[in-house]
Write a protein that binds this ligand. Structure first.
Ligand code: DNO
Length: 344
């Protein structure tokens, strides 16, 4: 296991010089953020990120994410051009030592929470989700961190329209088409692909979602058995679907889990939840058993603490403050140390 920490590049309010002080963290997870989706990342941009990391003694072996152009998800004739660009990005990432690439296949929107500043009794803040607030959302008037904000309202409308005929089956076929096209580049460069589960793991705003749980994953790995085709085990995303058995998924796919996002959710009722500190006692995700299942079943991938609370008065990007994620990294390192030690 290698413990990593997400870093949003030079615009991140958390400097690399702080990240390197979190003991146990060997590298960062980052991306080139200022190139439009579907275009090739300049080599200089990657080299610069790499040298910034190296100068602080941190590795840069994981990219999150290379975004997948909507034409690929839609299966439009233009997809081949965007797939070629994706392949070129993989090669360029490999040139600077990247070993794992996280991506998602969610149409139009990325992850979704309804409250970015949920107040905890102890004064900390976190992200939260409420089913009734969700039902009241208008997808055309939404702004959330993590979402592609480059669409104008009319572009967004047009895009939503294009998805009207895209069924789950079609979306799945388009994912397989994409993966089969890039697998040879993965074999050539050694890069592993780690699909990020849909969050929440179900359809939203009438858009299909397919990476929602065990059955979707079974289908995905059956269709493309190549081990370069793997998973980002995101406990917060899969855990937002109450029927998902995370310990079972961790054990079943441990060797295909190239990247793990470990985080906590605490349910308030059957559907609504808030995110919390990483410890098992802090929520409904059995983080301890997930780590145990990973270790016992041969997981050798990258890990990062995921969304944390904002604590001690810090004002950071929701979910991506320093302190609670640093505490999470230390907690997770402790769990891995214990279970990996037992194995030896
Ligand atoms: C949320 C993240 C996601 C993730 C992408 C991967 O905090 O886990 O935004 O980076 O879905 O493509």
């Amino acid at each position: 296991m290698k413990m990593t920490f997400r870093w949003y590049g030079e615009n991140d309010c958390i400097p690399l010089s702080y990240i390197k002080q979190i003991q146990g963290v060997s590298g960062v997870v980052t991306a080139v953020y200022d190139v439009p989706v579907g275009e090739v990342w300049p080599r200089e941009a990657l080299k610069k990120l790499k040298s910034l990391c190296e100068s602080e003694g941190l590795e840069m072996e994981v990219i999150e994410s290379i975004p997948v152009h909507e034409d690929i998800k839609l299966g439009l004739p233009t997809r081949d051009k965007y797939i070629e660009a994706f392949k070129e990005n993989l090669r360029r990432c490999a040139e600077v030592g990247v070993k794992c690439v996280c991506y998602n296949f969610m149409p139009v929107f990325d992850w979704l929470r309804t409250d970015l500043h949920f107040k905890h009794k102890d004064g900390s803040e976190s992200l939260a989700f409420s089913e009734s607030d969700f039902a009241a959302l208008d997808p055309k008037n939404l702004r959330l961190p993590g979402w592609d904000e480059s669409y104008s309202p009319s572009e967004l409308n047009g895009l939503l329209e294009k998805y009207k005929n895209v069924t789950h089956e079609k979306l799945f076929d388009n994912l397989i088409y994409f993966l089969k096209a890039i697998m040879p580049v993965c074999a050539e460069t050694g890069i592993t692909m780690a699909v990020h589960p849909d969050d929440p793991p179900r359809d939203v705003f009438g858009l299909p979602r397919i990476i929602c749980g065990e059955s979707g994953l079974d289908k995905l790995f059956e269709a493309v058995p190549d081990l370069h085709n793997g998973l980002t085990l995101c406990t917060g995303s899969l855990g937002a679907g109450r029927s998902n058995d995370l310990v079972k998924i961790a054990a079943k796919y441990a060797k295909r889990i190239h990247f793990a996002h470990l985080r906590q959710l605490k349910y308030i009722n059957g559907t609504d939840f808030y995110e919390n500190g990483h410890q098992t006692r802090c929520g409904d995700i059995d983080i301890r058993s997930v780590v145990k299942a990973l270790v016992e079943n041969g997981f050798v991938g990258y890990v990062r603490p995921d969304h944390g609370r904002n604590v001690w008065g810090e004002s950071a990007k929701p979910g991506y403050g320093l302190y609670d994620r640093a505490m999470g990294a230390c907690y997770l390192c402790g769990l891995f140390e214990a279970f990996e030690g037992d194995k030896k």
